[in-house]
Ligand binder design. Structure first.
Ligand SMILES: NC(=O)c1ccc[n+]([C@@H]2O[C@H](COP(=O)([O-])OP(=O)(O)OC[C@H]3O[C@@H](n4cnc5c(N)ncnc54)[C@H](OP(=O)(O)O)[C@@H]3O)[C@@H](O)[C@H]2O)c1
Length: 266
């Protein structure tokens, strides 16, 4: 029998590519998004059903999970993918922007997970895959709010895996590098303030250039598919991390700082 994956944020980028890839491999896909009326026509696929789901709206989560279970009877894999980045120096981002960033990237992910767990426990198995980032494990400047959300996703995923193991529910984390999606374009938000303006502009120019020259979201979809089919308890899967991340892992802190500041700040 075909397995079923529920994906959040399937309207574009990694979520959309993953929905299509899983469908092509014969999976049932509950592709959820804030506005299914605006869905890419490519998602009109016999293996894919669209359901409205805004991760910041608890009722929409309840309805999407219930509709997916009615349609497919079981959800084998939850892919917590929805998210966006808030960039800017910590002094410039206001409280509401930070709260909204956490509401989507962290509390939304927690809410979807909490609502799907009873069905997974009842089924006696399940897999939760959370989309983090390479910057869930290393920090860049001017991204502290976004990075804080991804460090949070790493920590909560690692903690959850222990408490869910007795119920045969596994947890995995995907850590993409620079991927060419809407992420660095339409989805991104920035906060600016005068003392930081020049170096923030340099950082953003480099970041968006790296992003638009980044890997294709289909590459991440393949890593997610591999993780979904990996029966092991492996927690982390890098997806096209790029040389920057690899240098961060091997360089001593002082050398890494010099490199980062030269490359992206001064
Ligand atoms: N692209 C990268 O370089 C990169 C690298 C590392 C990690 N990531 C992570 O990958 C994930 C997907 O991002 P992407 O690169 O594919 O960017 P994207 O093309 O902007 O896709 C983001 C998706 O999240 C959805 N979303 C945003 N807020 C939502 C909400 N409140 N409820 C439901 N859906 C919501 C968007 O839906 P709408 O269409 O309705 O806005 C969109 O479908 C994110 O978690 C991001 O942090 C991306």
């Amino acid at each position: 029998m075909a397995k079923t994956v529920l994906i959040t944020g399937a309207s574009s980028g990694i979520g959309r590519a993953t929905a299509l890839y899983f469908a092509e491999q014969g999976w049932n896909v509950a592709a959820t998004m804030r506005d299914p009326l605006k869905a890419d026509p490519a998602l009109k696929h016999p293996q894919i059903s669209l359901f409205p789901l805004d991760v910041t709206n608890g009722d929409s989560i309840t309805q999407a999970i219930s509709a997916s279970l009615s349609r497919y009877k079981k959800i084998d894999v939850l892919l917590n993918n929805a998210g966006y980045a808030l960039f800017g120096p910590i002094e410039a981002v206001d409280n509401q922007q930070i709260q909204e960033q956490f509401a989507t990237n962290v509390f939304g992910l927690i809410n979807v997970t909490q609502q799907i767990l009873p069905a997974m426990r009842k089924a006696g198995e399940g897999l939760i895959i959370n989309v983090s980032s390479i910057i869930g494990r290393m920090a860049l400047p001017y991204a502290s709010s976004y990075i804080a959300t991804k460090f949070a996703v790493e920590g909560l995923s690692e903690s959850m895996r222990y408490e869910l193991e007795p119920f045969h529910i596994r947890v995995k984390i995907i850590e993409p590098g620079s991927i060419n999606t809407e992420f660095g374009k339409g989805s991104m938000q920035t906060a600016v303030s005068d003392p930081y303006r020049v170096s923030l502009a340099k950082f953003l120019a480099i970041f968006t250039k790296r992003n638009s020259g980044g890997s294709r979201p289909e590459e991440v979809a393949k890593v997610i598919y591999r993780a979904a089919n990996d029966p092991s308890n492996r927690l982390r899967y890098l997806a096209k991390p790029g040389p920057f991340f690899r240098l961060n892992r091997v360089l001593p802190d002082a050398a890494w700082r010099r490199l980062l500041v030269k490359a992206m700040v001064k």
